[in-house]
Design a protein around this ligand. Structure first.
Ligand code: F6R
Length: 614
């Protein structure tokens, strides 16, 4: 939610800031803005809408400064507008700030400032923060760094901030609590980003600021980090970034989402590479090995996540219970954190998050840790907050996922979780070597089978054309493919704005069947597995009410094919691995429908890729 960029050095800041914002647009795209230090003044350019709108507006003016900060917004306080766009300038005109997060006590701070004569031009909490810092600076008669520190000790909420003073543009102050912030270290220049993508072409050396830390940045000086509360100095850890530029560009595809759907064979392969060893008939996951005893003796696993990551946890629930015979509970981060859950000493919490920044998942982790649980993280973004907050973990190696709708991150999560379920089954002595080996061998060929599913692209595009004007859709599945029905429905609603619901197929009779008529597309995930016969009956029930059935079936299907209106085939695989194949046609279906409806697939309305507010 919201992306921030900063630059201080000897180049022109504007192109660096704008390119950085474009890469961070996945974090929010309601409005954007830059502030540049030039001619002893702060030049601020802001516009509602996408970054290009602001860029055009700014380029008609002077953009020569070499210190600057910039922001792309996902509105929290105040609707999207030019006024509410960041950066925000303080009443004196000296300080300028961008902010990602929420200041929860902004109203009381605003009241205090109003009492002191401050005026406000936007509805944002950010404008309150910049003025509060100015107020503290005046009261204390101190430098900006100290004012930021003292002000932040009185702030309740989450923030990543980037601020400078027009009278001292040779220094930018940054601080973080709850929202991500990375500093890029160049030669005689520094960069700031909500993630590292804004400065990938300039440096691979980065410092991930931790919660409660702040730093002063000058073009040439060392980065000095201090704790906000205690003012104690902290030694920075410099990380070498592994990402390359190519991985965050569209590479000839119209949308990132399509590129990422097509990257799935590679993403799944990269996720199991070096871990899944079919020749040796084994799985090696260091994060798991480290805590092998804990997993062996676990009484229960609680999985926590949000959105699509929550769906991968639901898939894993089936697999962990089947193979490792450990009871699993799957919890939305947002619910878990606000309940008073019973967490016992032999429970393990697995937190799943693509971004590694989701506020509710993060809060659930903190709560579980405080209750004494071991927390294992599954994240896609190296160095992300969740990957640092958890005791152990396993990265998915999907590469940067930029399209807001999660695709390759989902299949990579399911891959990691499948390997974990198999390995835990082995550690706990729950299944035979031959079964274990058969699953390992089959998982190793899944990337090839995903490629095969992707060959149905044109067929799926045609089907999409027939249903693009639907107002509703139902998705049905059973067993390990019930979460795939949920995921298919989520994909459709989030990018095409068609109302869709996922159900366990048997639940249809308990209500949703009333919705079925000749206008209702019903997507049935019906691979040839243990639930097949029951799904055949479910398809017939839909057809008896004139619903239109789009079925995902296994190649060589003999029964569903007779009653469904359309079938999309997946190659034969073991039941436990079908989700990695059945989800692909559902991603493509939602993609094509959204494109045909003229939706911006990569930037669906009201959404943001990284939900760092609760
Ligand atoms: C849907 C989607 C979201 C995310 C959710 C959690 O396509 O992407 O539902 O899955 O916001 O995000 P992460 O996985 O980053 O914690």
């Amino acid at each position: 939610m919201c992306g921030i960029v900063g630059y201080i050095g000897d180049r022109k800041a504007f192109p660096i800031l704008v390119n950085g914002l474009k890469r961070l647009e996945y974090r929010g795209y309601d409005s954007s803005g830059v502030a540049l230090a030039q001619d002893g003044e702060i030049a601020v350019y802001k516009k509602q809408g996408m970054v290009v709108a602001m860029e055009e507006h700014a380029l008609a003016n002077n953009t020569s400064g070499s210190t600057g900060i910039a922001h792309t917004r996902w509105a929290t306080h105040g609707q999207p507008s030019d006024e509410n766009a960041h950066p925000h300038v303080s009443n004196s005109g000296n300080l300028v700030l961008v902010h990602n997060g929420i200041i929860e006590n902004y109203q009381s701070l605003k009241d205090l400032l109003k009492g002191k004569g401050y005026t406000f031009h936007s509805e944002t909490d950010t404008e309150v923060l910049v003025n509060f810092i100015e107020y503290v600076q005046k009261e204390e008669g101190c430098k900006l760094r100290k004012a930021v520190r003292l002000a932040l000790t009185q702030v309740i909420g989450a923030y990543a901030v980037c601020i400078y003073d027009k009278n001292r543009p040779e220094e930018i102050v940054v601080a973080k609590l709850g929202s991500p912030l990375v500093i890029g270290l160049g030669v005689n220049e520094k960069f700031v980003g909500s993630d590292a993508t804004p400065f990938l072409e300039y440096t691979k050396d980065a410092i991930y600021l931790e919660d409660g830390e702040m730093a002063c940045l000058t073009a040439e000086g060392e980065v000095s980090i201090r704790m906000i509360e205690s003012d104690v100095s902290v030694d920075p850890t410099i990380h070498a970034l592994q990402m390359d530029l190519e991985s965050i560009e569209k590479g000839g595809y119209d949308y990132f989402m399509m590129k990422e759907i097509y990257e799935q064979p590679r993403a799944i392969y990269d996720t199991f590479r070096g871990r899944l060893l079919p020749e040796q008939g084994m799985i090696k996951m260091s994060g798991l090995e480290e805590y092998a005893d804990k997993f062996r003796n676990a009484d229960r696993i609680i999985m926590t996540a949000c959105g699509t990551s929550w769906h991968s946890a639901l898939v894993a629930e089936y697999l962990f219970e089947e193979f490792a015979r450990i009871p699993v509970e799957v919890e939305y981060g947002s619910e878990f954190r606000y309940r008073n859950p019973i967490i016992r000493k032999n429970d393990i919490v697995i937190a799943i998050s693509q971004s590694g920044e989701t506020a509710d998942t993060l809060a659930a982790i903190k709560m579980a840790k405080a209750a004494g649980a071991m927390v294992f993280g599954i994240c896609n973004v190296p160095g992300s907050t969740i990957s640092r907050e958890t005791h152990a973990g396993a990265y998915t190696h999907a590469g940067p996922e930029i399209g807001v709708a999660s695709t390759k991150a989902f299949t990579s999560q399911v891959t990691v979780l499948t390997m974990m379920a198999l390995e835990l089954g082995k550690i706990r002595g729950e299944f035979s070597t031959s079964e274990y080996r058969a699953l390992i061998n089959e998982l190793s060929v899944i990337p090839k089978k995903v490629e095969k599913v992707l060959e149905s692209k044109e067929h799926i595009e045609k089907i999409s054309g027939l249903y693009k004007d639907a107002s509703n859709a139902l998705y049905l599945g059973r067993g390990v493919n019930f979460p795939i029905a949920l995921e298919g429905a989520l994909k459709l609603k989030e990018i095409s704005y068609i109302h869709a619901e996922g159900y366990p197929a048997a639940e249809m009779k308990h209500g949703p069947i009333a919705l079925i008529d000749e206008n209702m597309p019903v997507v049935v995930v019906a691979p040839n597995n243990g639930h097949y016969e029951k799904l055949v009956s479910n398809v017939q029930e839909v057809k008896a009410r004139e619903g239109k059935v789009i079925a995902i079936v296994t190649e060589g299907d003999t029964e569903v094919i007779n009653s469904a209106d359309h079938v999309i085939e997946i190659p034969e695989t073991l039941e436990a691995l079908t989700p990695l194949l059945t989800v692909i046609p559902l991603q493509l279906l939602s993609y094509y429908i959204a494109v045909m409806r003229g939706c911006d697939v990569d930037r669906p309305r009201n959404l943001a890729k990284s939900v760092t507010v609760e």
